[in-house]
Design a binder for this molecule. Sequence first.
Ligand code: ZN
Ligand code: ZN
Length: 376
Amino acid sequence: MAPTHVLRCCQRGLAWIPVVFIALVVCWSYYAYVVELCIITIINTGEKIVYLVFFHLSFIMFVWSYWKTIFTRPANPSKEFSLPKAEKEQYEKEERPEAQQEILRRVASGLPLYTRTGAGAIRYCDRCQVIKPDRCHHCSACDMCVLKMDHHCPWVNNCVGFSNYKYFILFLAYSLVYCLFIAATVLQYFIRFWTLCRRKSAENCPQNDLPDTHAKFHILFLFFVAAMFCISILSLFSYHLWLVGKNRSTIEAFRAPVFRNGPDKNGFSLGFSKNIAQVFGDQKKYWLLPVCTSQGDGLTFPTRLVNVDPEQPTVILQTDCSSKSVEDGSIPQSPLSDSQNRLLANDHHSSDDHLGIDALKSDGSDGITILMESDS
Ligand SMILES: [Zn+2]
Ligand SMILES: [Zn+2]
C-alpha cells in the first residue's frame, strides 16, 4: 500500500472523531435523561410519561436529521460540465491561459452558466477537470466539486451543500429543540440537587424528597451540557435562517457571486418566501421532515437575470435534490416550467430586482480578462 494511500485512510478515519464524539454525548444524554432522570429520580408517573414522550419525539427527529446530513452524498456536477475529449486534450496541451479560456468559453456557451470568476473568466476546476456550475465550489476536504456548496462541516464529516442543506438546517433546529427541552425539564431537578449539595455541606440538611444518589451528577452535568449546546447552536441556527431568507450560501455571504455584470450578493434572491421554498419546497407539510423537497437540480438556479440574458439557454426548475438525478446528467433545456414561472413571477416588484436590472443596463462591455479562480 502506498504511503500516500495510508495517510489518506488515516485522515478519513480521524475525520470521524467529531461525529463519534457527538454520538457518544447523545448516547450519554439519552441514558442520563431516560434512566437517571425519568426512571430513577422522577416519582410522579404522569410527569414521567409526558417527559418521555416529548423527549423521544425530539430525539428521533434530531437523530433522523443528523443521520441524513451525515450520509447524504454531496451532489457533483454532471457529465455535461466536463470538457468533451477533444477539447480536454486541447486544453491540456495549451499553455496560454487566454487560449485555455477560449476553449472553456466555447464549451460553456452551451451550458446554463451565469456566474464567473472575480476577473470575469469561466469558473473551471483543474482538480476535477470540470466547468463549475453556478454556486458550485471545490471542497479540498472532500476533494470534489460540490453543487451549491455551503461549507464543509467537521461535526457531520460531510460537505453541506445542495443535496443536504435542508437536512442540515433541520439538524440544527432539532438539536436546539432537544437541548432546550432537556434544559427546561431538568432545571427544577438541577436546582433541587444543587440546593441539596449545599445544605449537606453545611451539615444542615432538611428533609428533601430527592435521594442523594449518583443520579445527581448525571442531572447536574446534563443541564450544563444542554445549556452550553443551546447557546452555541442558537447563533449558528439563526445565521443559517438568515442565509436561507436571503438565498445565500455561507461562501456567498463572504464573497458575493460574480455575474456577467459584476458581483451581486443578492443575485440568487427571489424574495423571502421563494427563497425559503427553494430550500424547503412548496409544500409546508414537508418542511419539518428531513426528506428531499428542495427545489431545482443544483446545477442551475433562477437568477434575477435569467429572463434577460439572451446568450444563455433557458433552464427548468424541477423538484429533485437526490444526487442520483444529478449524476445521470441531463441538462434541462426546455422552457420554464410552471414552478419556475411561479418562482420568477412578480420578481420585478422587489427592490432587489431593480439593482440587478440596473446593473445589466449599465453594462457596456463583455470583456473577459484571464485569471483562474482559486477556490479552496
Ligand atoms: Zn473540483
Ligand atoms: Zn467537503
